[in-house]
Design a protein around this ligand. Sequence first.
Ligand code: T1G
Length: 703
Amino acid sequence: MSEFQNVRFEKIGGVGVITVDNPPVNALGPGVREGVIEALRLGNEDPEVFAFVLMGQGKNFIAGADIRQFGKARPVSTHVSAKALESSQKPVVAAINGFALGGGLEHALACHYRVGSPSARVGLPEVKLGILPAGGGTQRLSRLIGPELALEIILSSRHIAAKEALDLGILDEIVDAKDLKSAAIEFAQKISALRPMPRTSEKMTCLDAARANPQMLSLLDNALSQKTRRLRVHDCVIECVKASLFMDFEEGLNLERTHMAELENSADSKALRYVFFAEREVKKVPHLPPDYEPSRVASVAIVGAGTMGSGIAVCFADRGVPVTVLEASPENLERGLAKIAGLYAARVKSGKLTQSAMDEALKLIQGTLNYTDLAQCDAVIEAVFERIDLKKEVFTQLDAVMKPGALLLTNSSAIDINTMAQCTKRPHDVAGAHFFAPANVMKLCEIVKGDQTSVEVIARAMKMGGDIGKVTVLSGTCDGFAANRSRAALVSEAMLLLEEGASPYHIDQVMREFGYPMGPFAVSDLSGLDVSYDTRKRRAAANPNFRKLHVPDHLVELGRHGQKTKLGWYRYEDGSRVPQIDEGLMPIITALNRELGVEQKVFSDDEILKRLLFASVNEACKILQEGKAYRASDIDVMWIYGFGFPRHRGGLMFWADTVGVQELHRQITQWHAHYGERWRPAELLNALLLSGETLRELRSTAF
Ligand code: T1G
């Protein structure tokens, strides 16, 4: 047995077994590639070795390059160790269990054969990090399975299960999962004398495909899905896959490396790599030992089967969790269960779900009118109307029936968690589970801790959300909780810009060009101007200093509620949800502004963008200093998954760092002098100015 950095080499039955052992996912960290090369040299020089097996220790093969190493010098790149595999005089069999991704799959593609266990999953997800497969992946995969399929796999970043990988020709065989190593050694012994050894770099599937389809190049040019915003990385990937049709292999490898050098240092990739780690960091509950394992929520009750309650029920049933839905009357219950069935039927109709899958899911959902039927559920989520009296009544009832240790959760989007907790004798079991509408679609779920919520309950609620495919983020209890409260500042500022003469259409255009799928006014039409109008009324009643937003209030009073009334900020033709500019809008706003007597001005795109985002950055700093969110990167995850903030910009706080604390503080101070209190710089921002720390690394000391 020989040991190199995180690589072991052993001889078994004439086969040199090279095992990458770099926990937790066998990433190609420092020394791993060198270890593979050294093991190959040893085996090729050893007359007792006739073939090799390359495998990963533990549940994964190799998860790709070590993402933490990007931006740093790497003595040996993936294409070098991949070439060492392919140019070995003795055949190498890749034995894939679990994930073979990025450079991991590139190493496997450079092997002469690939076998996988049924758990094998392969992919080239580099595009999600703003980079491209730079270890020969674009060239070898195209030569192995053809350019169209190769490009679809790379652009989608999707994971391919073993069976599909076998059908595509990426795997040569699916072997016994019980002992992959023995099966792979047996396979290696079987092929050890076969010649010529198959090299993917020498395969011609891509040329055959091009000969069969003269339109191939333009097909590849247009392969990116229309729904995906085209970024530089997409252009580079398409160019590399196209190159496999007319460049020789070495030239294609050089092109990959040229693009990689540019992309690795690009703003997009730095942002996307930051998001990769931020969305893993968010799962870590503060003040809990990292190895703490909360128990699974194996059954759930939902009180209230309205729009949110029915969507939440679907989230659980989709993951096989039995759901008991409680409503206040037979009619409401029937309506709620029908709403749930309707959500499933729509997916069957669109072909996203089979009828049998729908039937199976619906078997998991039972309705009831009696609280006692909820008693044995591991968790209950209250999703009734946002009325404090109603919620207090529900939590009083739940406290009386739910078994000890059950999670008592509210889906409230703004009401103080402590209000509900105080209605129970177990405030440590009460927390918020704030789903975003539509609950069965949106991935974000905000877990909100009350003053007495135990950290174990928080961890279990976070796990519950993760188990149903949600991105769960931790928030403290405050008006709007961390996500909506930080975004409310952007929306208010957008509305206030209108009083100064800005056009909603200009603002929406600026935000779309920044990368949002929709601008704030199109979103406002979607959710309904009347909904936010009611929220503002509630806040104005509670806070005499609440700043009235004249323009949206005026539109609501004119009956312009948005899509639901076919007229809001935009006009909607009958049956259409496509926003059309309404020529009648600006005259209304202009007339109102004349009455208000606000100085009118013309706004640049840059000022619009900064007025909206700086307002939220300032509010996010207040949220952190009050301990209502734990990490600035958690807020970035909220914004990406909850509000469509463009992922390739990293998130609100990451983006603010690209502007710089100095500029932020200067501009916010200037607006504070001009507009008053709402622009007062957060204390934390003042402190950052002195400390020189970045926003994205902020951690709340008050959480
Ligand atoms: N580099 C560094 N750390 C990584 C990592 C990686 N590639 N993958 C995972 N981790 C860390 C992660 O941060 C977490 O750390 C822990 O491992 C468990 O991860 C040359 C240039 C493999 C599907 O994009 O998709 O190859 O939080 O929670 O849910 O052309 O990890 O515990 O401290 O995600 O079981 C391409 C990225 C790289 C794959 C497993 N490869 N990883 O999921 O665990 S670029 C990728 C994943 C490249 C080549 C190019 C997933 C996973 P901590 P986890 P999981």
